[in-house]
Design a protein around this ligand. Structure first.
Ligand code: GTP
Ligand code: MG
Length: 214
């Protein structure tokens, strides 16, 4: 397969769920997008799908508050999957009870969702990983689910800073040498093909088109 041609050819919002109990039937392989609030999760979904407003973005943290499912198809081949935009962690301006509801939804999804095939863990390329980033990384390692680390907003850095920060972040997160660490920029449309190339091998096998109610 010529992986240079990889692209998302269909993408639609499917459903927002407050918890794992409300999620769609576990039929399609799923890739979850995790990261702190405002790191660029929803923007990355729009970048991958080449759509401006498929996932709602905001300069104010705390925009995504539910598990948001997007059904997409990647070509060449017939790779149907769900991208799941997760609520961001580390958002201070919410009540304790709401925060614990989000954490519970997030935790249950990552631990119990049987169709979860991979996690894209987003880290802001400008900064060292936060305490919560490190906790999330530990948790991902604990679940054993394959992880792709993505460094967002690289357009905000000079080339030498990019190299330096990437080395430091990989070290802080204790990424293994063979693990993906992909730089992305929504402004420069950077990283899409590399990310799709990394994502495809995580999917169990080419998926047939699902039935309408899946
Ligand atoms: P929550 O839903 O609150 O958890 O945030 P999120 O992680 O979904 O972040 P979102 O995609 O809403 O982006 C947050 C802000 O960062 C927005 O103002 C985006 O325009 C901006 N942003 C995201 N990606 C990039 C990027 O690659 N470069 C630049 N310069 N800005 C970006
Ligand atoms: Mg969001």
């Amino acid at each position: 397969m010529n992986t240079e041609l990889l692209r998302v050819v269909e993408a639609q919002f499917e459903i927002s769920c407050p918890s794992i109990r409300h999620c769609p039937a576990p039929v399609l392989p799923e890739i979850a997008i995790a990261g702190r609030s405002n790191v660029g999760k929803s923007s990355l979904i729009n970048l991958l799908c080449n759509r401006k407003n498929l996932a709602k973005t905001s300069s104010t943290p705390g925009k995504t508050r539910l598990l948001n499912f997007f059904k997409i198809r990647i070509e060449p081949g017939t790779h149907w999957l769900h991208l799941v935009d997760l609520p961001g962690y580390g958002y201070a301006k919410v009540s304790k009870s709401m925060k614990s509801d989000w954490d519970k939804a997030l935790g249950e999804f990552l631990e119990k969702r049987e169709t979860l095939s991979g996690i894209i863990h987003l880290i802001d390329s400008r900064h060292e990983p936060t305490k919560l980033d490190l906790q999330m990384r530990e948790w991902i390692v604990h679940t054993g689910i394959p992880c792709i680390t993505v460094l967002t907003k690289v357009d905000k850095l000079k080339q030498n800073e990019r190299v330096k920060n990437k080395t430091q972040i990989k070290k802080n997160l204790q990424l293994l040498p063979e693990e993906h660490c992909i730089e992305t920029s929504v402004l420069n449309r950077e990283g899409v093909t590399t990310l799709l190339q990394a994502l495809l091998p995580l999917l169990p096998h080419p998926q047939e088109e699902p039935l309408a109610d899946q």
